[in-house]
Design a protein around this ligand. Structure first.
Ligand SMILES: NC(=O)c1ccc[n+]([C@@H]2O[C@H](COP(=O)([O-])OP(=O)(O)OC[C@H]3O[C@@H](n4cnc5c(N)ncnc54)[C@H](O)[C@@H]3O)[C@@H](O)[C@H]2O)c1
Length: 248
């Protein structure tokens, strides 16, 4: 149970972020529902409130350092502290290396990697003061496999960066009882993967021993584990939630 804990989830308006948010709220956490898109974030916050939970929707672009700091400050004003940070917001890029513009590279790196750094940096002093915290980063199997149908080399680099960054944060956070772990989903049914053709989808599913695409709830369950007391001694870990695709 996460009663009395406060969680910030980025990119929480839809897809995997929404499922994570509802799962953490269902376990009793107070929630900051972040998204760059306010409409969906507000609906998720309203859904939580309708079930008796406490949530605030915050429209912030997580690549904007000042806005991220304001979001964390607002969380403290409303809920008193931040115990859990889930860096979930992300964008995908597909297509060949020769087609990637430097601007597209910068955008992917900003949302998928720099924003993870900014959000961790903003909550770290609070967690250090409280002598505890849970940071959970949503990476991707692309960060281990180099992309493929689930993103290109640029996306893979950003997610590989998230994996390395998570381990660095785990090392720095350890003395303060702050854990940092990453989750690497494979194909998961959300808007992000809605553009795959049926044939591309089937190709990926055939590589997965469990023979189906992931559901946002599959990823949310792993987040709940990392946020729970059961994961108190788990840090610097990268958990594949990928139907067996990777097996490394
Ligand atoms: N769906 C998959 O197959 C899959 C696989 C591996 C990893 N992932 C990762 O899981 C995470 C969630 O993916 P999803 O499939 O739910 O994607 P999605 O596109 O359905 O949702 C992403 C959410 O992030 C928000 N967002 C984007 N940029 C933002 C910004 N700058 N600031 C704040 N919010 C922003 C979007 O508005 C959206 O609500 C991403 O990091 C993604 O890379 C997804």
């Amino acid at each position: 149970m996460l009663k009395g804990k406060t969680a910030i989830i980025t990119g929480a308006g839809r897809g995997i972020g929404r499922a994570i948010t509802l799962a953490l709220a269902g376990r009793g956490a107070d929630i900051v529902v972040n998204d760059i898109d306010m409409g969906p974030a507000r609906s998720v916050a309203e859904e939580i409130a309708a079930c008796g939970g406490r949530a605030m929707a915050v429209k912030v672009d997580v690549t904007d350092e000042a806005a991220v700091n304001d979001m964390v400050a607002a969380a403290v004003v409303r809920f008193g502290k931040v115990d859990i940070l889930v860096n979930n917001a992300g964008v995908v890029q597909t297509g060949p290396l020769t087609g990637i513009s430097p601007a597209a590279w910068d955008k992917v790196m900003a949302v998928n990697l720099k924003a993870v750094f900014l959000c961790c940096k903003a909550v770290f002093p609070l967690m250090m003061d409280h002598r505890g915290g849970r940071i959970i980063n949503i990476a991707s199997v692309a960060g281990k496999r180099g992309g493929g149908l689930l993103g290109n080399s640029c996306y893979a680099a950003s997610k590989g960066g998230v994996i390395a960054f998570t381990k660095g944060v785990a090392r720095e956070g350890g003395p303060y009882n702050i854990t940092a772990n990453a989750i690497t989903p494979a194909l998961t049914d959300t808007d992000m993967t809605g553009g795959l053709t049926p044939a591309q989808r089937e190709t990926i599913i055939q590589m997965m021993p469990l023979g189906r695409a992931g559901r946002p709830e599959d990823i949310a369950a792993a987040v709940c584990f990392f946020a729970s007391d059961d994961a108190a001694f788990v840090t610097g870990t990268v958990l594949n939630v990928d139907g067996g695709l990777t097996m490394d």
